[in-house]
Ligand binder design. Structure first.
Ligand code: HEM
Length: 720
């Protein structure tokens, strides 16, 4: 009996609990639980506690960050409310309201950051302080980096660092573009903030700065092994170095030149030591990642848009000094109008500072106006020429325009804006003029590793790329992206045969990296051409092969068998390589020796081709190759293994007319044709699109959508 009673109670309690939970869910969903809702703009509460946090996060981590906001704007209007990370938030995509919020900093709204972040960047820095103190520090920062000071204190130093850092990259190395930009930006920071210039000191500080910056955007777990912990340690070390410099400065007086922002701060201002250290660390945080990303995105967009690249190169070639050691002058910097358009367009489309947080009873402000089609026609295209249009003159004023605010506004307007623009312009100058041959005719494969830390496999692959001393063949890799999901890597191989470069697509392989879910999935394997067979054969072999191929069907059978074997060899040789999703991108000197394929994979090499050389016949090698490769390529499989877009993300950025993947898919008709195809596309667009013109065929197009902070992508030839 007792047992029965307690069971009934248990059931009753469970029913009450479940009902309460459901009631809570329903109330949350109806938005009735929180009375404040009626004071908020239209919107929704979403799921209890979680609200829209997952949707928000998925969008921000995807290749199209504004996606969530776009959807909400469609439903509720440009200012809406939602629940993010357990708090009510107001999100604004309205230019005028955004401006109002920025102008009312400190009055109606305040900038706010989590405690873990404040602990790291320092409680006394310009970013973290409020009110009078913020105004004071902001004034100092703006004064230190204002336009008139740049020509005296920064112009030459930036160039020296640039020349030195870029010069340290060896042409025979495969270097990731993001590594280049990161290194340049960090070295600039060390030099300009601390005035340090000796190589060993710069390297030591660069490592500390780099550890610090990594931790700023990481999960705040202060336990050894975590990036945040490493960053806290780096912060301590940076502070002790700064204190040492302060001490030296007090003992020896200011150095005559090159004392950096720190030296000038000590000379001109009277801040307490701990405030000096936090001031420097705040600048480091605010200036480093933003500048790195802008450099990276600028080169990425340019490589997707040969017409813009050409115009930029022309502009900079006309500035090139007689002697390589001669530095650019301030007049040179002022004579870069197109470069300024490229910078503006990169800042607009790249979404570097994609959202700014303000607290006013837990409000969030979001800026999505840069990609608003109503404000910018062809908003998702990289179109630097738009900034030359008369109608955009007003809009372009990045200090006051409500439609273009890459550096924020109001009391927290970026004090480093002019400096950043100078750095990026000079970076573009030295980058494109130094590496023009590598980048002029090649697509630079830039890959963004924001989402994932470099895995061991990637590092191994990178090492392998660097170690291989490959001749006669160049390989480039391109990520294939569909619906915002990085699906696989496409490899293109160029082989030097009889002084002519043949170019073939090797197929797309292996790992699917689902950027929104941070997962790696195994994709299908396809090889469409027997390129490896070219590599393993010399022209005599090919002639012999031709003789062997009397009957069409025999030839086809033989080729199919060879293709299979060649692919097996390819798989072994490149198995590791193709798992890259951080790409070798620059300079384009990866080489592959034909023999190395055979050497490394003796069991799988197509033995049928290992024949005695025959005397040369009059048949032209390229006709023969044409014949060989015109055998119908394997069609890509469309079975369940084929990688499918796992996310609902909108597709991503690409520049269409200059890179037409459909051409790559055409049957191969001789090396010249391939070269012509790739060159004529860019040539045509150059010829038919004069400066400032906007014919659609010449204008680089960003397909579907894009421009997010966290990812950009490429056309997928699979889509056809
Ligand atoms: C392309 C590069 C850059 C972009 C896109 C950028 C963007 C921004 C934006 C949007 C803000 C406003 C943040 C807010 O309102 O909460 C800001 C603030 C700031 N930026 Fe930049 N920035 C860049 C480069 C730099 C550089 C090179 C420095 C200095 C070395 C710098 C130093 C600062 C500082 C100190 C603040 C905080 C100002 C304050 O809170 O009073 N930035 N930046």
């Amino acid at each position: 009996m007792r047992e029965n009673i307690s069971e009934t109670w248990l059931v009753l309690i469970s029913v009450i609990l479940v009902t309460a939970i459901f009631a809570k869910i329903i109330l949350f969903k109806l938005g009735k639980e929180d009375k404040r809702k009626c004071r908020l703009p239209p919107g929704r509460r979403g799921w209890p506690l979680i609200g829209d946090s997952i949707n928000w996060y998925n969008a921000v981590a995807s290749s199209h960050p504004p996606q969530f906001v776009e959807e909400m704007v469609k439903r509720y209007g440009k200012i809406f409310s939602c629940s993010l990370f357990g708090k009510w938030a107001v999100v604004s995509a309205d230019p005028s309201f955004n401006r109002f919020v920025m102008q009312n900093e400190g009055r109606l709204f305040i900038s706010s950051y989590p405690k873990s972040f404040r602990d790291l960047v320092g409680k006394n820095g310009v970013i973290t302080v409020q009110g009078e103190q913020q105004r004071k520090l902001h004034g100092i920062a703006s004064n230190m980096m204002r336009l008139e000071k740049l020509k005296f204190h920064f112009l030459n130093d930036i160039q020296k660092v640039m020349v030195q850092t870029l010069g340290n990259f060896n042409n025979n190395q495969v270097i990731l573009l993001q590594d280049v930009c990161r290194k340049v930006a960090i070295h600039l920071m060390v030099n300009q903030l601390l005035g340090v210039s000796s190589e060993s000191q710069v390297n030591e500080m660069a490592q500390l700065f780099s550890d610090f910056v990594d931790g700023c955007l990481s999960i705040p777990i202060n336990i050894p092994g975590y990036a945040y912990h490493t960053a806290m340690k780096a912060r301590e070390n940076i502070i002790s170095k700064i204190n040492k410099i302060i001490e030296e400065h007090r003992q020896n007086g200011a150095p005559t030149e090159g004392s950096g922002v720190l030296g000038r701060l000590l000379e001109e201002e009277s801040l307490p030591d701990d405030a000096v250290a936090d001031f420097i660390i705040n600048l480091l945080f605010a200036g480093n990642e933003t500048t790195t990303k802008t450099m990276l995105f600028a080169v990425y967009f340019l490589t997707q848009c040969p017409r813009a690249m050409k115009q930029l190169l022309d502009e900079h070639s006309s500035l090139r000094r007689d002697s390589a050691d001669e530095l650019l002058t301030w007049q040179d910097y002022k004579a870069m109008p197109f470069t300024q358009c490229v910078i503006d367009e990169t800042l607009r489309l790249g979404g570097i500072a994609i959202w700014l947080m303000r607290e006013a009873k837990e409000d969030v402000q979001y800026q999505a106006v840069h990609l608003d089609e109503k404000v910018y026609s062809g908003a998702l295209e990289f179109n630097p020429w738009r900034w030359m249009e008369h109608e955009n003159e007003e809009k372009r004023n990045w200090r006051s325009s409500p439609f273009y605010a890459p550096f924020g506004g109001g009391a927290r307007f970026c004090p480093g804006a002019e400096l950043a623009r100078l750095q990026i312009a000079l970076f573009l100058h030295y980058f494109v003029t130094t590496y023009r041959n590598q980048i002029q005719f090649q697509t630079l494969d830039v890959l963004f590793s924001h989402h994932f830390p470099l895995s061991k496999a990637i590092l191994q692959s990178k090492k392998r790329w660097q170690e291989e001393k490959l001749e006669n063949t160049q390989i480039s890799a391109t990520p294939k992206i569909r619906n915002g999901v990085r699906e696989k890597i496409g490899l293109t191989m160029r082989i030097l045969l009889s002084n002519e470069w043949l170019q073939r697509d090797l197929g797309f392989l292996y790992w699917v990296a689902d950027s929104s879910r941070c997962k790696r999935l195994l994709g299908s394997v396809e090889v469409t051409f027997m390129v490896e067979a070219y590599a393993a054969l010399d022209s005599d072999d090919l002639l012999y092969l031709k003789e062997q191929m009397e009957a069409e069907e025999d030839a086809e059978r033989l080729l199919r068998r060879t293709e299979k074997r060649a692919f097996a060899a390819f798989k072994i040789s490149f198995g590791l390589l193709v798992k890259l999703y951080v790409l070798p991108c620059f300079p384009f000197t990866n080489k592959y020796r034909a023999a190395s394929l055979a050497d490394s994979t003796p069991a799988s090499v197509p033995l049928a081709f290992r024949v005695e050389p025959k005397p040369k016949s009059g048949i032209r090698q390229q006709d023969l190759l044409k014949k060989v490769v015109e055998i119908k390529p394997k069609r890509p499989r469309s079975d369940g293994n084929q990688s499918t877009p796992a996310s609902q993300n909108a597709p991503v950025t690409t520049c269409k007319p200059d890179h037409d993947p459909s051409k790559e898919k055409q049957s191969f008709s001789g090396p010249k044709k391939v070269e012509e195809q790739s060159l004529s596309a860019s040539k045509k667009s150059e010829e038919h699109a004069p400066l400032g013109s906007h014919e659609t065929e010449a204008k680089p197009r960003i397909e579907n959508s894009g421009g997010g902070l966290l990812g950009l992508a490429y056309d997928s030839s699979d889509d056809e």
